[in-house]
Design a protein around this ligand. Sequence first.
Ligand SMILES: NC(=O)c1ccc[n+]([C@@H]2O[C@H](COP(=O)([O-])OP(=O)(O)OC[C@H]3O[C@@H](n4cnc5c(N)ncnc54)[C@H](OP(=O)(O)O)[C@@H]3O)[C@@H](O)[C@H]2O)c1
Length: 231
Amino acid sequence: MKAPYIICHMMTTVNGKILGANWGADAKTYSGIYEKCHNTFKSEAWMCGRATMEKDFADEQPVLIGSNIPVVREAFIGDKTASSFAIAVDGKGKLGWKSNQIGGDHIIEILTEDVSDACLHYLQRKDISYIFAGKTDIDLASALQQLVKLFPVKTIMLEGGGYLNGSMLNEGLVDELSILVLPIADITPNTITAFELSDHLPKKETAVLTVKDVRQLQNDVLWLTYRVSRK
Ligand SMILES: NC(=O)c1ccc[n+]([C@@H]2O[C@H](COP(=O)([O-])OP(=O)(O)OC[C@H]3O[C@@H](n4cnc5c(N)ncnc54)[C@H](OP(=O)(O)O)[C@@H]3O)[C@@H](O)[C@H]2O)c1
């Protein structure tokens, strides 16, 4: 079945760490470079894991109101006119949003069927789109196929965090990497890298990459792009 083209766009230290809080005074400059490079890609959507959305974008606690009306587990489209999208991988429906868009990009929640009816009522009240991918754990391949079928989405920028990137790569769902290597070696112990995998998920084949382009940008940032062979 058709799947969207996935470009994983991240900035990392030379040792692969991704936590901006450790990057000192230049962190803002690096974010500007990150956005500039992001904007060179033609895409209709960007996608992040629940933890990244919660930290950087989600702006309220979901307001869950009990209801006796059960909700059928089928996709809900909150804005049929939207042409750009922010996709949150939020299997348990933990995220809360003030509106149904982030910076003009319509929010799509990827949920599991395990979420409460109250969560679905909340998202419907907010006109936030959602799809179901998996009963209790997210099936990422199914999610991507549904996104292409239900929304005008051909290319998705996968933008962290490390656990979502790692799962997508492990499943062979990433086509391209766009990595900004910052001139920083961050030795903070037990912090995440650009690609992580939860202990409960089986590790599949290691991804083999082909260099597409190498550029030196301002502030000693290197921009490396790679093609990934899909399995
Ligand atoms: N340097 C950069 O370019 C960059 C970019 C983006 C983010 N970040 C940073 O990365 C940090 C967060 O990264 P993170 O790795 O901890 O979290 P993450 O990848 O943003 O989110 C992980 C969460 O997504 C949900 N999820 C559902 N299915 C999943 C699956 N198959 N695989 C992975 N996740 C799945 C889970 O939520 P539940 O636990 O609710 O089930 C999981 O805990 C933040 O500090 C953020 O600022 C850095």
